[in-house]
Design a binder for this molecule. Structure first.
Ligand SMILES: Nc1nc2c(ncn2[C@@H]2O[C@H](COP(=O)(O)OP(=O)(O)OP(=O)(O)O)[C@@H](O)[C@H]2O)c(=O)[nH]1
Length: 534
């Protein structure tokens, strides 16, 4: 800016200079013409030149008018008294005079011969009736120099004001800029802090989810961490039930949930579409029926992994920001994976603990379960009952009706057992056509009662497979209880087994207890004989 001012001052000075010189020259020409007109009109002799110069000088006071002969001797001068003209210096050597002699007009800018003042000189050679000579007009540059000085002063003043203004402006701008930079930095730092916290929370969520063994644990982790990740955006997690016909809200955050707590799958557009659904966007306003009571915008994101959708993540807000949306998708991805992993774990556990044909727990699981029951029983002095069940003449049955029919019978017996034991009882398939039931807290009478009931149910069941009647199916059952018939799992199973073999030996379709055997000890030989029969 200051450079601009200096430059404009320089340009102005040049322009002013030129304008002044042009104006001065025009005036000088006019004065020369007037002088020459006077000389010609009165046919002035050399002696009258002094008078003409004096008279014109009286009117044009700011100019000096000089008339010389061709040799440069002054004949008249508006600034020299008439009497002193003759003693005045010869002007023949002056540049404007010699130029006028040569070229008619002569021009020079420089000091005058009297005072040394800076002047503009214009000289013209003339030829009048009675005389020849040179008229010279000198104009002082003082006015111009004064004007330039004033201009310089003015511009310096303006420059100082502008400079001060600029400095003040710059200072204000700098202050504003640094406060804006500080604010931006603060915002950036807070954004980085919240992003870092979000990442840390996400990592925590992922590691905790990976360690979850049950859906309850997953729910607890969600309830604790997801609201922290999504800030103050209200939301919920819902899961599809085992029958896959209902969606149930399992966790909510940031106030009471405005949507339905349980709703059919078809009430969610996201589940229908198989991808996220935003209730209001620039293209449509399709609110999921389960969110009909909510006045907010809602996004439903399926929790899916390995091609299976297990639930949904919902968030609601007046305006859902892109950042919240993105983080919700990341959370949904991790939740989907965690739920799928849990499902997989459950299936693997079931595969490891359950028998695929009957759906009953296997022998290995029975050993684990019984070990726990034994510990409980020993610590709290409580008992439990065991039933060992074997289908009678199953080999013969298979041989008669085929292996498929045998499988059907085993699966159906398992189903009958499952539906007719208490909630706390557990049924196992020990191998082949042999089943076992463990009855927590049951004494021998209750255990026997259960065995008799099951034996009766199977015996009276109407067995039909592929339209073919299978006749009667019977079972032999042995019962024993802890602690009466043994102190270890092995001992109790053995006691129940001995009772079962005795039931077989006594004609099958019977339920016997180890207690009965204690009163009537079995013959081991008999059992061996019995096993050898088939
Ligand atoms: N269909 C079918 N048969 C099985 C299965 N597991 C074992 N079996 C058969 O069950 C039969 C068991 O025969 P055994 O142990 O001799 O006993 P049983 O014929 O039932 O005779 P008792 O026990 O003395 O009444 C064998 O023929 C096995 O092949 C199975 O999963 N499905």
């Amino acid at each position: 800016m200051a450079t601009l001012l200096v430059l404009s001052a320089f340009v102005l000075e040049v322009v002013l200079n030129r304008w002044y010189i042009k104006e001065a020259l025009d005036e000088q020409k006019r004065i020369i013409n007037i002088t020459l007109t006077s000389i010609n009109r009165i046919g002035a002799s050399a002696d009258e030149m002094a008078l003409i110069a004096q008279q014109i000088g009286l009117v044009r006071v700011e100019h000096r008018i000089t008339i010389t002969n061709l040799s440069g001797d002054i004949l008249g001068d508006s600034h020299i008294d008439e009497g002193k003209v003759e003693s005045s210096p010869n002007l023949g050597s002056r540049p404007e005079m010699s130029m006028a002699l040569r070229e008619d007009f002569g021009y020079f800018e420089g000091p005058d011969e009297l005072s040394g003042t800076e002047m503009l000189f214009l000289a013209k050679r003339f030829q009048a009736e009675n005389s020849t000579g040179i008229v010279r007009v000198a104009t002082s540059k003082t006015a111009l120099l004064n004007a330039i000085d004033q201009l310089r002063l003015l511009l310096t003043g303006i420059s100082i004001v502008v400079l001060v203004f600029l400095i003040a402006l710059l200072a204000t701008f700098k202050r504003h800029l640094s406060s804006a930079v500080r604010e931006e930095k603060r915002l950036l730092e807070s954004r980085v802090r919240s992003r870092t916290q979000q990442i840390a929370l996400l990592q925590r969520l992922v590691s905790l989810l990976a360690a979850c063994n049950t859906i309850d644990e997953i729910q607890a982790v969600i309830a604790d961490i997801v609201p922290r990740i999504l800030g103050n955006t209200p939301g919920a997690i819902s899961l599809i039930n085992a029958s896959r016909n209902l969606v149930e809200i399992k966790a909510t955050w940031q106030g009471a949930w405005q949507g339905e707590m349980v709703y059919p799958l078809e009430d969610c557009w996201a589940l229908r579409k198989g991808k996220f659904h935003l209730s209001h966007d620039e293209l449509s306003s399709m609110v999921c029926p389960h969110m009909a009571n909510s006045t907010q915008n809602c996004v439903c994101i399926p929790l899916a992994a390995y091609g299976e959708t297990l639930g949904l993540l919902h968030i609601t807000a007046e305006q859902i920001s892109e950042g919240t949306n993105n983080i919700a998708f990341t959370v949904a991805e991790h939740l989907g994976l965690a739920l799928a992993n849990l499902n997989m774990q459950r299936k693997l556990r079931e595969q490891a603990t359950r028998d695929p044909l009957t759906g009953l727990y296997n022998r290995r699981y029975m050993e684990e379960f019984m070990a726990k029951e034994l510990k409980l029983g020993q610590r709290h002095e409580i008992g439990f009952g065991v039933l060992m069940i074997d289908v009678d003449h199953f080999k013969r049955f298979n041989d008669t009706f085929g292996h498929d029919a045998g499988d059907y019978v085993l699966a159906t017996i398992a189903d009958l057992v499952m539906r007719n034991i208490r909630g706390e009882d557990l049924a196992f398939r020990m191998g082949g056509e042999e089943l076992a039931i463990l009855l927590p807290l049951a004494d021998i009478a209750q255990t026997m009662q259960c065995g008799q009931k099951l034996r009766e149910l199977v015996k009276t069941y109407h067995w039909v497979f592929k339209g073919l009647s299978l006749g009667k199916v019977t079972m032999s059952i042995g019962a024993a209880v802890f602690p009466d018939h043994g102190q270890t799992g092995e001992q109790i199973i053995k006691a129940a087994d001995v009772a079962l073999y005795q039931a077989k030996a006594s004609g099958r379709d019977t339920c016997l207890s180890a207690e009965m055997l204690a009163e009537n000890p079995p013959q081991v030989k008999v059992i061996r004989e019995f096993k050898n029969v088939d």
